[in-house]
Design a protein around this ligand. Structure first.
Ligand code: SF4
Length: 264
């Protein structure tokens, strides 16, 4: 099997870049596996793969990475649905990547459950150039998480923030704030959590999974107020001196800011 041909694609300079310390770094995207072992109910992958995943041979992935680096990439995104479905495969790849290109960083996506189960691997990911990792936290409501069959709880998500931070890898969470089970209070709590000093620069600016119109419609039908007004109400409560809802601490206040963000 050969690495995928990218000859007909635009140059990497036309794609999203990683912005770090004021520098925009060209990025490349590879996939080390297809499918997923899990069955989260909101995900489009289980209906196709039905709990199966398939690794891409290491030499193919590394060949793909070499081509991307020759084309200018200095950061690699492992775009697998979940890089830690195959933790041994993942570790082998990042070791090889770091040995051959020690200056190249990378990121990947993994579910909270996997971050907890494979927490012993996190320091090695940090050492081998993992700039950050992405995980679908989705919600802080245990009711929502149970209905989505996410495989983690609110406590698990908070623990994942702690262990990734302690390992020196920034966790960039994604959220799915509009579901039939989210309440106004749990939504406001989520906003407060995301807006906390530890996290506000660590969270991508908008949820990727729910179209804007749908989020407006859901909030309006439930409460008669568009999402913007709901957020404004949350901000107003703070300005008026009312205490925000009790929040779980995502960690200590001295934590360092995120090390990287994306530039379009
Ligand atoms: S772990 Fe991620 S990729 Fe796998 S089914 Fe759940 S949401 Fe989808």
């Amino acid at each position: 099997m050969d690495p995928p041909s990218r000859d007909s694609l635009p140059p990497l300079t036309r794609y999203v870049k990683l912005r770090r310390n004021g520098t925009e770094i060209p990025t490349g995207y590879v996939e080390a596996s297809r499918g997923c072992l899990h069955h989260c109910l909101h995900c489009p992958i289980p209906p196709v793969y039905n709990g199966r995943f398939f690794v891409v041979p290491s030499d193919v992935v590394l060949g793909d990475i070499r081509r991307l680096i020759a084309a200018g990439a200095r950061h690699i995104t492992f775009g697998d649905p979940d890089f830690l479905n195959g933790p041994g495969h993942a570790r082998k790849l990042v070791r090889a990547l770091h040995a051959e290109f020690p200056g190249v960083t990378y990121d990947f996506t993994a579910k909270i459950e996997h971050l907890l189960r494979h927490r012993a691997l996190l320091p090695e990911f940090a050492r081998t150039g993992c700039a950050f990792l992405v995980s679908a936290v989705e919600s802080l409501s245990d009711v929502v998480l149970a209905n989505l069959e996410k495989g983690h709880t609110r406590a698990d998500a908070l623990a994942a923030f702690d262990i990734t931070r302690d390992s020196g890898v920034a966790l960039r969470p994604s959220f799915m704030p509009f579901t039939p089970w989210e309440t106004l209070d749990s939504y406001l709590e989520l906003l407060d959590f995301v807006g906390s000093p530890d996290l506000v620069d660590q969270v991508p600016p908008r949820p990727a999974k729910i179209p804007w119109r749908r989020s407006r419609g859901f909030t309006r039908s439930r409460r008669g107020a568009p999402a913007e007004r709901t957020r404004a109400a949350s901000i107003s409560r703070h300005r008026n001196g009312r205490s925000p809802p009790a929040l779980p601490s995502p960690g200590s206040a001295e934590r360092s800011p995120p090390r990287a963000s994306w530039a379009q």
